[in-house]
Design a protein around this ligand. Structure first.
Ligand code: ADP
Ligand code: ZN
Length: 520
């Protein structure tokens, strides 16, 4: 009952001061704690850095018995373990790399543990259920709970076994935790983990000190070096592949003279740990990393997060950029995107199994919407997480310099029909020549100078072609073929038939000028 929750909350506040030395709770922590202490199962959706760990660590120390924490990564578990022990909490892990199993199990059975961390693979083994049956339990905490949903961006089949395990202990409350869940995924988590609908506690997702910006990528080294020149503090640059990580790290170090280190799963673990530790300790280092970097890292003074390619989803973007400015001081999140990023991602859709494809496509569409919007980026982000934000934030690129938007429906129809008439196999360069009436060798050879679309775009309109092609690729109306050509996809037919309008953001003049200057 609420009364119980209140008294529980007072005791929790005292415990918060005693164990952690913090003055008071933050955000939705008290709501979550009140529910958990009253034995009510809960799904807490709180952004990274909002303090999720406390919401199970405190009850773990207050309630009799052990809180069993399911956590997806061994490295993450050991970070949590160290932190918990440093605060005087009795904690242990049962993972393949632990050698003190016997002792841990004895302590667990004797009720001497506050926290026991396990991986979902372990939790789903039959022996583990027997072990739970032989020990006093306080709470099930399921960390990174979006992994239970196929709609989530990180589905882990073993999470599906947790429901059965927890159902065997119906008197033990459940606390599911995630930083990233859209409405669809949230509903799915509740179902999959057997938490009642009214058990959802949703924190505010806004990070007002982060300034969001998204730009087309033309020269990533020059663009990121320019950002680094403006931001002398620590930064993270996310790159899509190990090779790009290595390449960018080397070039950025050369171009800027700043300390720059790489981080990816292919590096030897000693080197990785070294680079991470150096970054955490540094006041000016930039780490170039794959998405493998960042989980469990507590560095409050990261001043910028740059993306050298598109993230996997809005959830991923929010989580990765959320590592900037945790100290509350101004920080920046800048994404440098290319049309090819979307084309490649959409190509990959065809390779994944059908059950997951719709979810992945929806995620990509949502991301394209964020990248392409002429409106407030923050508003798009927060709406994605189920909030109802004001239409303008005043702290994103589009709010600070509203872009020019133009109706490019007619030009889009011309471009798409050129793609169609040339057989859906040519790249943008060739299509541009055909549309603007440039008669080169290849155009003549293929007879494309005789097509009805030859030379139908001129003057100002020609300048729309490039941003338009990018926008159409981002939204999937143009897709890349294996050989780098462009083919029709998604809504292309609706646009061709005039059933759908196409509005695009016209790149600012300064950017256009710079690009012209840069090319010979
Ligand atoms: P999350 O898991 O949600 O990303 P953590 O649990 O790692 O976040 O907490 C992020 C940081 O905030 C940690 O350094 C933690 O000690 C700190 N923190 C959590 N709750 C509070 C609080 N009530 N007051 C002050 N600091 C807090
Ligand atoms: Zn804004």
């Amino acid at each position: 009952t609420a009364g119980q929750g209140e008294t529980g909350l007072e005791a929790a506040r005292a415990e918060l001061r005693r164990l952690f030395g913090f003055d008071d709770f933050r955000g939705v922590q008290p709501q979550v704690l009140a529910r958990v202490l009253a034995g009510q199962s809960t799904l807490a959706v709180m952004p990274t850095g909002a303090g999720k760990s406390l919401t199970y660590q405190l009850p773990a120390t207050m309630l009799p018995g052990t809180c069993v924490v399911v956590s997806p990564l061994i490295a993450l578990m050991h970070d949590q373990l160290r932190a918990a022990r440093a605060n005087g909490i009795e904690a242990a892990t049962l993972t393949s790399v632990d050698s003190d199993w016997r002792e841990t199990i004895d302590r667990f059975r004797a009720g001497a543990l506050d926290l026991l961390y396990v991986a979902p693979e372990r939790a789903s083994q039959p022996g583990f259920r027997d072990l739970l049956g032989s020990a006093p339990l306080a709470l099930f905490a399921v960390d990174e709970a979006h992994c239970v949903s196929e709609w989530g961006h990180d589905f882990r089949p073993d999470y599906r076994q947790l429901r059965g395990l927890m159902d065997a202990f119906p008197q033990v409350p459940r606390l599911a935790l995630t930083a990233t869940a859209d409405a669809h995924t949230r509903a799915d988590i509740l179902d999959q983990l057997g938490i009642p609908r009214d058990g959802l506690v949703l924190a505010g997702f806004d990070r007002p000190n982060i300034r969001y910006a998204m730009r087309h990528r033309d020269n990533p080294v020059r663009q990121i070096a320019a950002l680094m020149a403006e931001e002398p503090g620590p930064g993270i640059v996310y790159a899509p592949t190990r090779r790009k990580v290595e390449d960018l790290a080397g070039k950025l170090a050369l171009a800027t003279g700043r300390p720059v280190r790489p981080y990816h799963a292919g590096l030897e673990s000693g080197v990785r740990a070294d680079n991470q530790a150096a970054f955490v300790a540094s006041e000016d280092m930039v780490i170039v990393a794959t998405v493998a970097f960042g989980m469990g890292i507590d560095k409050p003074d990261v001043r910028f997060v740059a993306h050298a390619g598109i993230p996997k989803s809005i959830e991923g973007y929010y989580q990765e950029t959320g590592r900037a400015g945790r100290d509350g001081d101004p920080a920046r999140a800048v994404m440098f995107w290319g049309a090819g990023d979307f084309a490649t991602a959409r190509q990959r859709l065809a390779e994944i199994d059908e059950a997951r494809r719709a979810g992945e496509r929806a995620r990509l569409d949502a991301l394209a919407g964020l990248v392409e919007t002429a409106g407030c980026r923050r508003a798009v982000l927060l709406r994605h997480f189920g909030e109802d934000p004001p239409p303008a934030c005043g702290n994103c690129d589009n709010c600070l310099a509203p872009p020019r938007v133009t109706d490019a429906t007619e030009t889009a129809r011309k471009l798409l029909s050129a793609v169609y008439r040339t057989g859906q196999s040519f790249g943008f360069g060739h299509l541009q020549k055909v549309l603007t009436g440039v008669e080169d060798e290849r155009v003549r050879q293929r007879g494309h100078d005789g097509l009805s679309v030859f030379g139908i775009v001129a003057g100002e309109e020609a300048r729309l072609l490039q941003p338009l092609a990018r926008a159409l690729q981002a939204r999937g109306a143009l897709v890349a073929t294996e050989h780098g050509g462009l083919a029709l996809g998604g809504d292309a037919r609706a646009i061709l038939k005039g059933e759908q309008a196409v509005e695009i953001v016209v790149p600012p003049r300064a950017e256009r000028r710079r690009r012209r200057d840069a090319s010979p």
